[in-house]
Design a protein around this ligand. Structure first.
Ligand SMILES: NC(=O)c1ccc[n+]([C@@H]2O[C@H](COP(=O)([O-])OP(=O)(O)OC[C@H]3O[C@@H](n4cnc5c(N)ncnc54)[C@H](OP(=O)(O)O)[C@@H]3O)[C@@H](O)[C@H]2O)c1
Length: 233
C-alpha cells in the first residue's frame, strides 16, 4: 500500500488482457499504483478488474504488431508521465520444434512478437518514463545463453533476441535515464507457461512487483529473476 503523502505511481502494462500481465496489473493496483493497462481485443477479465478499480485502472488498446496502434497509443499518452513502462506481451508456440522441424512462420512470429515489436513499442514510448523510473520487458530464464538447458529452442532464441535488443537500446541511453529491466518471472502456470509449470501466479508476480518497486531510482541494465537476482546473459 501507498504510504500517506506518497505520490501515486503510474505504470503502463502492455499486454494486460490475461496471464502474467493481468496479474501484474492487479498486483500493482492493489499496492496503490495507478495503471494504464492494454489489451488488443475484448478482454473480459481485465475489463472486470478495471470496473472494480473505480478509475484506478485505465484501459487502452494496442496490438504491438500494428505500427498504427503504437502511434495511436503514443499520441493518446502524450504529456503523461510514467514510473514504470512494462512490456509483457509475448507468445510461445512450436515449443517442441527445432530449426529442422518448425514451420518458419512460427519462428518468425515469435521473433517479431517477443523481440522486435516489444523493442519498437518501448522505443516509441520510453520518453514518457521519468528518469528515476523503470522500463521493463518480460523476458525469461530461457533467454540465458549461459544457462538454458537446451529447451524450447525457438522461443528461447526469441527471448535471447529481446535481451540483445534491450541491451543495445540501454547502451545508447544517456546517464540519468530509467533503468532497463529484463525480468524472468519463473515458469508459471498461465498462458505461455502451460499447466505443467512449477509456479502459481502468486509465487511469481508479487515478487516481480517487488523488483519493480525496488528498482525505482536505479540505473543501468539488468537481466534478473523474480527475486531481483542477476541471471547470466
Ligand atoms: N508463463 C510463463 O511461465 C512465462 C515464463 C517466462 C516468460 N513469460 C513471458 O511472460 C509474458 C506473458 O506470458 P503469459 O504466460 O502470461 O502468456 P499469456 O497468458 O498467453 O499472455 C500473453 C499476453 O500477451 C498479449 N499479446 C500477445 N501478442 C500480442 C500483440 N501482438 N499485441 C499485444 N498484446 C499481445 C496477449 O494478448 P491477447 O489476450 O490479445 O492475446 C496476452 O495479454 C510473455 O512475454 C511470456 O513470454 C512467461
Amino acid at each position: 500500500m501507498r504510504a500517506a503523502g506518497e505520490e501515486q505511481k503510474t505504470a503502463l502494462v502492455i499486454g494486460a488482457s490475461r496471464g502474467l500481465g493481468l496479474a501484474l496489473t492487479e498486483e500493482l493496483w492493489s499496492r496503490g499504483w495507478r495503471l494504464i493497462a492494454t489489451r488488443r481485443d475484448a478482454a473480459p477479465d481485465l475489463q472486470a478488474l478495471a470496473d472494480r478499480s473505480a478509475g484506478g485502472i485505465e484501459l487502452a488498446r494496442i496490438d504491438i504488431a500494428n505500427l498504427k496502434d503504437v502511434r495511436a497509443l503514443q499520441s493518446s499518452l502524450d504529456g503523461r508521465r510514467l514510473d514504470v513502462l512494462f512490456v509483457n506481451a509475448g507468445i510461445s508456440i512450436a515449443k517442441e520444434d527445432t530449426a529442422s522441424t518448425a514451420d518458419e512462420a512460427d519462428f518468425i512470429a515469435m521473433m517479431m512478437t517477443n523481440a522486435f515489436y516489444p523493442m519498437r513499442v518501448m522505443e516509441m514510448l520510453e520518453h514518457l518514463v521519468r528518469p528515476d523510473g523503470v522500463v521493463a520487458f518480460m523476458s525469461s530464464e530461457l533467454a540465458s545463453i549461459g544457462t538454458n538447458p537446451g529447451v524450447c529452442d525457438l522461443y528461447s532464441a526469441s527471448k535471447a533476441a529481446l535481451n540483445m535488443l534491450a541491451k543495445c537500446g540501454a547502451q545508447r541511453r544517456s546517464d540519468g535515464s530509467p533503468v532497463t529491466l529484463l525480468v524472468a518471472p519463473g515458469w508459471v502456470r498461465v498462458g505461455t507457461g502451460g499447466a505443467e509449470a512449477h509456479l502459481s501466479v502468486e509465487q511469481s508476480i508479487p515478487f516481480v512487483a517487488n523488483v519493480l518497486e525496488a528498482s525505482l531510482g536505479t540505473s543501468g541494465l539488468r537481466f534478473v529473476d523474480r527475486f531481483g537476482v542477476s541471471i547470466p546473459w
